[in-house]
Design a binder for this molecule. Structure first.
Ligand code: NAI
Ligand code: MG
Length: 366
């Protein structure tokens, strides 16, 4: 059988720096665990604009549609701020998400014990935390029609966006959440505002429908999103999988992620419909951006990007044990006190470089 295929898109700023460490991890799994991938690399964002005049070339888009998984670093930077909206680096990312139809965005909020002191919450509230937010990514208020800014007869202006969800859009992301729950603790909490929004009523009914008809064995609860935000900071460990729409998911996932510390630690996965081989269309990327303030200095924390690869192992390649091996290695490195600059507390110390963190993780894997 041929090896599974990966397309690596390092992008801009610290993207290539953190992706170099992921490449070493991929090589380690090939050499030491017999887990070999056919890896190809291409350009996205400003790096693609510099060469092709567009933030994502058609050939790259076509390749992304073929591979088993895409790994993306980050895009953007001050150099590209002057560009027209249509060719901004972020458009490359949006095109990938849209054309691959990646409708389920998975954002884990996981607290490594060694970093529990970093949280703005009490240590016992976050220590051992491991929850997953599933955000609908391709519909909702960010895409609904009508939208725009119009001027009324009296000269005052109106800004309009429309929350828009169809039955099938809700059902498919609900299925993603229930599937995830089955691999975890069998518990889903769905969040909307059915008390004030019709789209919320439909959301609640359709998630319940998927549960009753397809996943009756999974525990399902519903919560208004505003209460959900309160509960997330009050006692986050009550949750396992949370499923919610695009807008609430944007806010709730940022909130949940920050329960656990640095932007340099946060991975994500965006999944679409199953391909012919049964694997979902998938793109994995750290939550952080291109960090121009530290780019080119070897200061970036590669863990978010490496954890994104761990998610690929788990969700695209059914290698949950190997994903855990990688996560355990990271946990050990952190417990040993190895820190990049973004993880240094007020007590100070000497940070390791991006590749120094990579070295430590590879040593722990060994
Ligand atoms: P950012 O995430 O790039 O940086 C925010 C802060 O966190 C900076 O101080 C940065 O140094 C730090 N940081 C981020 N990742 C880090 C890491 N791995 N290790 C250590 N420190 C890290 O967000 P910002 O500054 O708002 O945006 C910078 C550029 O990135 C912009 O052009 C923006 O459009 C783009 N961006 C791209 C994203 C993507 O590719 N998915 C997401 C967010 C922003
Ligand atoms: Mg956000």
């Amino acid at each position: 059988m041929s090896n599974p295929t990966l397309l690596i898109l390092p992008g801009d700023g610290i993207g290539p720096e953190v992706m170099a460490e992921v490449q070493r991890v991929i090589d380690w799994f090939g050499a030491r665990r017999g887990l070999k991938f056919d890896v190809s690399e291409d350009l996205v964002g400003g790096a693609a604009y510099d060469v092709h005049g567009v933030p994502l070339a058609d050939a790259t888009m076509a390749r992304a549609q073929e591979v088993d998984a895409v790994l993306l670093g980050a895009v953007g930077g001050p150099k590209y701020d002057v560009l027209d909206f249509s060719v901004k680096p972020e458009r490359g990312l949006l095109r990938l998400r849209k054309e691959m139809d990646l409708y389920a965005n998975l954002r884990p909020a996981q607290c490594f014990d060694a970093l529990a002191d970093f949280s703005s919450l009490k240590k016992d509230v976050v220590a051992g935390l491991d929850i997953m937010i599933v955000r609908e990514l391709t519909s909702g208020v960010y895409f609904g029609q009508p939208r725009g800014i119009t001027t009324q007869a009296d000269g005052s202006r109106v800004g309009i966006n429309t929350q828009h969800y169809t039955t099938e859009e809700i059902r498919r992301v609900a299925r993603s959440a229930f599937e995830l729950a089955k691999r975890r603790n069998n518990k889903v909490c769905s969040m909307e505002k059915a008390n004030v929004m019709e789209s919320g009523i439909l959301w609640r009914e359709e998630v319940q429908w998927v549960h009753d008809n397809e996943y009756p064995e999974v525990e399902l609860s519903h919560m208004y999103a505003d209460n959900g935000a309160m509960q997330l900071v009050r006692w986050p460990k009550q949750f396992d999988v949370i499923v919610t729409d695009n807008l609430f998911g944007d806010i709730l996932s940022d909130c949940a992620a920050m329960l656990t510390g640095s932007l340099g630690m946060l991975p994500s996965a965006s999944l679409g419909a199953p391909m012919e081989n049964g694997r979902p269309k998938a793109m994995y990327e750290p939550v952080h951006g291109s960090a121009p303030d530290i780019a080119g200095q070897g200061k970036a924390n590669p863990i978010a990007c490496i954890l994104s690869f761990a998610m690929a192992l788990r969700y695209s390649f059914d290698q949950g044990d190997e994903a855990m091996r990688l996560e355990k290695a990271i946990e050990k490195v952190l417990a040993d006190g190895v820190r990049t600059a973004d993880l240094m507390g007020p007590e100070g110390g000497t940070p390791v470089s991006t590749s120094g963190m990579g070295d430590a993780i590879l040593a722990a894997l060994d």
